[in-house]
Ligand binder design. Sequence first.
Ligand code: IPM
Ligand code: MG
Length: 358
Amino acid sequence: MNKNIAVIRGDGIGPEIVNEALKVLDAVAKKYGHTFNYTSVSMGGCAIDEFGDPLPETELKKCLEADSVLLGAVGGPKWNDVPGDKRPEKGLLRIRAAMGVYSNNRPAKIWPQLAGASPLKPEIVAKGIDFIIVRELIGGIYFGKHETVEADGVKTARDYMVYSEEEIRRIAKIGFETAMKRRKKLCSVEKSNVLDTSRLWKKVVHELAAEYPEVELSDMLVDNCAMQIVKNPAQFDVIVTENMFGDILSDEASMITGSIGMIPSSSLGDSTNGLYEPIHGSAPDIAGKNIANPIGTILSAAMMLRYSFNMEKEADAIEKAVDAVLSHGYRGADIMSDEVGLKQVSCSEMGNLIAEGI
Ligand code: IPM
Ligand code: MG
């Protein structure tokens, strides 16, 4: 197959980790007889420097025309003083909205080789950590009106959280469908004791539940969920939640697996053109040092093959190569420990090892 991939390296460690993922994709193309064409797209702080805009129309167009988009990370302290609507993160929000990728899928799965890296007690880890957060990605408070007004010398800021039944229904459907392919347990997370959007969320999720009698549905308030994720993560199979709750809970969920650097994500809408990115940020403090963990991005590329290109065995090959490299004791700095037999490798060495394993 011939596929066009828009590649957004972004800022900080973005270029380093994306280059390793491309190495792995090239190894897959060679082994399975595919052609992947890469088109570089400038987005984030680097686009602000180049064009004065975190995502100019010409760059966005390349993403909309591609078969899929692979993204590293955007942002950094250099652009901290840029006004809100021109910040690097705005490019990310704009591309998510323009691509219509309302469903963000963030797995929290512990690799047995890294069980020791989890900050949780071994007896909690031993019960298993394998769940997915399905996060609504293009609605809610991120996309409601933002404003700061001033009256009598006092500033007041407002951010509006807005959800329609339709927006809730389509993401809830993804939650149920994802659960059907797994252990058939769906936990809907909201704050219905306080928020109207959450009360509507709960109503719509329960209406839809009638179509999925095999799925065991539960409701959980977001504050309780934050606690349950560290207390008893084994109880979760699929969590479905709104944009900001999903943002917060997915960072928490990634940490209990040992390292945020290991976690990929897919963002999809109604077309097969998806956006694939690791869930971590641009880590400016370690940028350019060749010590970042490229595995989250490499696993995001695997998700791209599986969900956008229907290349199941190719995706499996990447995941197996990661598994083998970890089993052989290779570790990036973030997942290194004093366990015997471990070998610390750089970002590019990790990419080489995984590409060789394809
Ligand atoms: C994420 C990030 C983004 C988000 C930021 C960079 C805008 O934290 O992908 O989780 O909040 O969605
Ligand atoms: Mg986040």
